[in-house]
Structures are given as structure tokens and as C-alpha cells.
Ligand binder design. Sequence first.
Ligand code: EPZ
Length: 419
Amino acid sequence: MDKMIIRGGKPLRGSVSVSGSKNTALPILIAALLTDEPVRVRNVPRLRDVTTTLALLNELGARARWTSDHEVEIRAQRITSHVAPYELVKTMRASFLVLGPLLAREGIARVSTPGGCAIGTRPVNLHISGIRALGAKIQLRNGYVEAHARTLKGARIWLDNPSVGATENLMMAAVRASGHTQIENAAREPEIVDLAAMLGAMGAQISGAGTHVIEIDGVERLHGAEHEVIPDRIEAGSLMVAAAITGGDVTIGNAPLNHLEAVTAKLAEAGVEITPTNGGVRVRREGNLKPIELRTLPYPGFPTDLQAQMMALLTQASGTSVITETIFENRFMHALELIRMGADILMKGPTAVVRGPAKLEGAPVMATDLRASMSLILAGLAAEHATELGRVYHLDRGYEALDVKLAALGAQIERVKEA
Ligand code: EPZ
């Protein structure tokens, strides 16, 4: 397993560019199952989760392949399997998103349930009740969701909470259902808006994406399309924190500032200088960081996927910060590793109290998920001596060439391949 060795203390300087969004690319690639015509997707990040998605699509009978560095072509002329096996779904929960499109196109799907996750229980009950509302018969057998529907019928669906994945799965099922579907209390994330744009390009009739109510009029067929994935707001936010924690000066190209309002507001409150540039943002920090209060919320609130990175940053603020995680019930695993590096963090339930500034010292550390791993890299960039991050495969699931990008900004970071 690879390791990352980071030697901290150098302010990052220079320019870097944000890759395509992981959490947008995954559902968009899966949406290609809805048509037998070719679909071409540009700005797809080279990530392990994308590789897993392409493997899943191929497993179902589609031909999914890279046609250039960041472009994928998928042709699902025929679907030859209706099964998303446990082995794939357990390595990537987003695989569960094939349920909606398989059912819409083939009337049958057998998809493994994803099981627990390092950051919370993450049930799929809202996906299932929504698909049931569209008229599918569903049963749970041997750890698989088995769904059948001769035809899906449009329905009014209320989501108990605005789940991103459930909204995506239901959109992909409803676009080919007969009649009208209304998804209420839908997720409003930019990933939803981009998926709706892709489905629209394929001929779907969708309105309201980006608001709480999504309206869909089912169509009989979808056709091929071309689409460019939006830039990754979480990667952009992570790089912004990297500039801030090192007291650096970094220009981040392709940063989708319009998707980062809560993040820029909180960074500015902490004393980070943020200047929009042509197509991106310049992030500088000279003075001390100030403590802040932060609460994760569904979009447009502060994203849970940047909470761990902000916690690393706030260990360096002069005073006491309070972080409340409201989306996932177990998303503070990075705090324990940050404490091992010298951070002063107290946790009680969904709240973490971070007292700074702490003198961070490099240490061997390990994380249980993608964003927690990023948080430890950030801490390593601010720490004295070397930090050795294990289980780098978590990072490779969601950050494209992160070590290369940080090294180009002057970070001392090295990937060590282990046999
Ligand atoms: C997406 O996960 C992202 N993943 C996550 O990013 C992100 O953290 C999350 O949205 C929230 O923004 C992808 O897009 C592939 P949810 P998703 O359904 O769709 C509860 C990362 O690091 N819930 O919006 O699985 C759930 O338990 C990852 O890139 C139900 O109760 O998240 C959670 O508390 C991690 N029942 C809340 O909703 C359900 O059926 C939000 O989850 C579904 C969800």
C-alpha cells in the first residue's frame, strides 16, 4: 500500500487547477445506462471511483472506455446483466445509483445494499421508498435490493431529508417513467443541477433542479449526448484550505466560486484573503487565523465534505472554534489523528471544540475515509517534521494527482510505493 510523506512548514505558492467533480462524474457516467446510444463525457477526473464506475458499467454490458485523458465514452447498446454485485457496491456506495436507471430501462434490477460506512450508517431507505412510489415492487433478499416494474409511473415523492443520492437515483428512474414526477425536499447540490443538465441533453424533461422541488415529465426514450462535468467544489475548497493553513498565496484555476459561497464566507471570517480571479480564485493568508463557528448543512450550507479539512485549519486559529456536523453521525475520525499530531480538540456528540493555535508535529497517521485523509495531509503541511499518511488509496478515490498538484505549489510531499 502506498504512503504519502509530507514535510510541513512551507507556504504554498503558485497556481493550480481544479479537476472535474467526482460526485458529479459518477452519477453522470451511470446515467449513460438510460440510452442505447453513445454518450461522451468530458472533464472526467482520473480517480479510483471513476475506474470502479467504468468497471461496473462494463459488468452490466455497456462499453465504457477512456477516449482521451479526461474523456469517457459509454455505449450501453445492450444491458446484459441486471446485477450490481456486492464486491463493487461495497468498495463504492455510488454504485447503488444504477438501481434507478436499470429499472427504468430494463424493468428489473438486483443491486447489493452498500452496508455501513466509516462516516455513518448511511441507509438507502429513501432511495427504496421513492422507487416504490414510482410503482416498482422491491424486496430485500440476501443483502440485495431486488426490484421489478413492468412500467414505472410518475408520482409525487417527498424525501424525509434532502439526500443527494436518493434525489439522483429517483431522477434517473423518473425520466423514463410514464407521466409526471415531483420530487419534493429534493437535494439542491450543484451535482444535482449538473446531472439534470446531462439528462436534459439526453432528451429528458426536467425542471427545478437546484430548488427543493424537481419536476419530471417522463419520456419513452433518451438519446446519446455530450456533456462536460463541472469542476470539483470540494477539491477547490481543499486547495483553498491548503493555501490558508500554510500561510501561502495560491491561485486556483477552475474553482467554481459560485458553488463555494458558504466556504469562502467561513474562510474570510477566519481571516483568509479571498480574491476572485478570471475563472478561479486567489487565496492568501498573512496574519493569524481567527476562530470561527461552523455547522455542516445540505447545500447551499457548509459542505460536510470540507468539515475535516476545516478542522485541520482551525487547529491553527488563535482561539476556540466550534464545529457541528449535522449530516453524518460519525464524521470526526480525523480528529483523533489530529490530536495525535498535537491538536487540542474536544468532541461531544456532533460537536467538536477546537482550541488553537496548536503546535502540530508530524507523526505516522491513517484515515478511514477520503476527506479525513485530506485533513491529515493539510495538518502535515502545517506540522513540523515528517507526517507519514497510510492508506493513501482513500485519497486516490477522490483527489486527482493531489501529490503532484501540491508539489507544484512547493509542498514537500512524496508518494512512497510499497510492495
Ligand atoms: C453524497 O453522498 C456524496 N457522495 C458524499 O460525498 C457527501 O458527503 C454527501 O452526498 C452529502 O453531501 C456522492 O455524491 C457519491 P446523502 P450520499 O444521501 O448521496 C441520510 C465524499 O467524501 N440518508 O445526501 O450518500 C444519510 O445517512 C462523499 O465525496 C438517509 O437517511 O449522501 C445522511 O445522513 C462522502 N436515507 C444524509 O441523509 C437515505 O436513503 C445525507 O446523505 C439516504 C440518505
